[in-house]
Ligand binder design. Structure first.
Ligand SMILES: [Zn+2]
Length: 291
């Protein structure tokens, strides 16, 4: 656990007395209250998250997450698996423990992914209707509704897993961040998940007539800025490092997730994938030249 003001490590956030009253701990270094968000209502916390208040992010991804995960210590199962039946039982027990432990995180993740899949589907359909030149999207849209949904769901999940995994990998590898952080992998995933929440806003644009390509691009830019700012707040690294890392992660996602979707849709047709990537590459070049 950390002090949300100066980020120094602390043992506890508050002291609980027998009459259920709590007293918030003061930080020995900065003399401020270690984590005032302990007493905050969820609505106020959500507003502070939208306003990108550093304390709100640090409270959720460090203190709240550690308190939640420490309720479920790593359980050692009593027997060592020898037969395949014991091994399957052990796997099921570990899977159940994992779902119980990460219940809250999984709920947030499922909610945001559901929004993301629908918005990606809508925006790809709209882009295709306007430009009429994307063979991959044309191929996907010619399938049944369930198949279309599954394709975009796999695309969004793969993209998100790659975003979290690569960000954590580069933070540790390049900037030596997170060696003292107990749940560093989950801290990065949770930070990205919380800042991803901004992507829900285009839903309002589907209701009101502001759903132009310009406004969609503005929302994409804002959500990327949110992720960069949230990572900066949580890791305390310089903006230049975070932006460099984010650009590298973006490029790796761009060259791997779309081809993956392409391979999936065409059932491994490498020739079609190559052709599609060439079209996408030319389109990106045209966009960059226009800028
Ligand atoms: Zn402090």
């Amino acid at each position: 656990m950390i002090c949300i003001n100066c980020c120094c490590e602390v043992d506890c956030l508050y002291v609980e007395y027998s009459n259920n009253h709590i007293r918030l701990t003061d930080c020995a270094k900065c003399k401020e209250v270690v984590d005032r968000y302990v007493e905050f209502d969820n609505v106020l916390l959500f507003i502070d998250l939208l306003l990108l208040k550093p304390g709100a992010y640090r409270h959720l991804v460090y203190n709240s997450l550690e308190l939640e995960l420490s309720k479920y210590p790593e359980r050692k199962h009593e027997f060592s698996a020898r037969t395949w039946k014991q091994r399957s039982l052990l796997t099921l027990l570990r899977l159940r423990d994992w779902f119980v432990k990460f219940d809250k995180l999984n709920r947030v993740w499922i909610l945001i992914t559901a929004f993301e899949v629908y918005l990606t589907w809508v925006s790809e359909e709209r882009n295709y209707a306007q430009s009429n030149s994307n063979e991959l999207i044309e191929f996907i849209l010619s399938r049944s509704a369930l198949s279309q949904y599954l394709c975009f769901a796999i695309y969004c999940v793969a993209d998100f897993v790659l975003l979290c995994g690569l960000t954590h990998y580069f933070l540790v590898k390049w900037f030596k961040w997170g060696r003292k952080v107990k749940y560093s992998k989950h801290v990065v995933s949770y930070t990205i998940l919380l800042s991803y929440g901004v992507k829900i806003f285009p839903f309002l644009m589907l209701i009101w007539p502001y759903d132009t390509l310009l406004s969609t691009n503005i929302v994409k830019l804002v959500s990327n800025a949110y992720i960069i700012e949230a990572l900066k707040v949580v890791t305390n690294l310089a903006y230049s490092n975070i932006i460099f890392l984010y650009v590298v992660v973006f490029l790796v996602r761009w060259i791997s997730v779309r081809p993956l979707l392409c391979m999936l849709v065409t059932e491994g047709d490498i020739q079609f994938c190559g052709k599609f990537m060439e079209v996408e590459y030319k389109r990106l070049l045209r966009r960059l030249l226009r800028i």
